[in-house]
Design a protein around this ligand. Structure first.
Ligand SMILES: [Zn+2]
Length: 235
């Protein structure tokens, strides 16, 4: 019986490790997805910033054509000035030219400011592109590690399955059935050691009589509280 119990303990260890690896593997698509999402976020931010630069440039071109229009108005007024007939008309055209000049200088100011804004927006795009490149490099590395680890985990999982099958051959079908039944009840481990009268499956006290009997390893015992198969945990 001692040997049989030892085998069940081994089976449980294999199952715990198997479950751990399965849950790691189940998390792989999510981890892969979040690495890709991280990169997509940077790409989207770059696109957004590029669109902003385009908008600024469009606005700048509008100012440019306004400025050209203002210049040609100015030229026309200058021509009118040379054909002027009286002082009143002369004064009126001078006033017109002043207004045009004021407007032009306002446009010029907007253009200068616009160029500054375009320059800093372009710098931001360049910065994001550098950020993208370093994020891309890092993420490619992380993905590779994840792929390698996944390969290794799959291999280990296959080995564990084989090990489980080989180990399971060595216990009696009754014991296997009891082990499976208990696992179904606890939704987890099916066997637990008892140390100093305490079942380590549920941390409850075992009756003294049962605790004494456990030392003999002559029959399968179950924890009266959690129903796990229990065994003497101290030599
Ligand atoms: Zn218990």
């Amino acid at each position: 019986m001692r040997e049989q119990i030892g085998i069940v303990v081994q089976l449980q260890e294999i199952e715990i490790e198997t479950d751990r690896i399965k849950s790691v593997l189940a998390g792989v698509p999510g981890r892969m997805g979040s690495l890709e999402a991280e990169l997509n976020n940077v790409t989207q931010e770059i696109e957004k910033r590029k669109a902003f630069v385009d908008e600024l440039r469009k606005k700048y071109r509008l100012y440019e054509s306004d400025y050209q229009a203002s210049l040609s108005l100015h030229n026309k007024s200058q021509e009118k000035l040379s054909a002027v007939k009286n002082n009143k008309e002369y004064q009126s055209i001078l006033k017109e030219i002043d207004d045009i000049k004021a407007k032009s200088s306002g446009i010029e100011e907007e253009m200068i400011n616009g160029l500054d804004v375009i320059e800093s927006a372009e710098k931001e795009v360049a910065r994001l592109k550098r950020e993208f490149l370093s994020a891309e490099e890092r993420i490619i590395g992380e993905k590779k590690i994840l792929i390698d680890e996944t390969e290794q985990d799959k291999k280990t999982l296959a080995e564990l399955v084989e090990k489980w099958e080989n180990t399971a051959k060595n216990i009696s079908p009754e014991l296997m059935q009891k082990f499976n039944t208990v696992k179904g009840l606890t939704r987890g481990t099916g066997i637990a050691p008892v140390l100093d009268s305490i079942c380590l499956g549920c941390n409850m006290n075992i009756p003294p009589q049962m605790y004494n009997e456990l030392q003999r390893f002559d029959s399968i015992k179950f924890c009266p509280h959690c129903q796990r198969i229990i065994y003497w945990g101290k030599e």
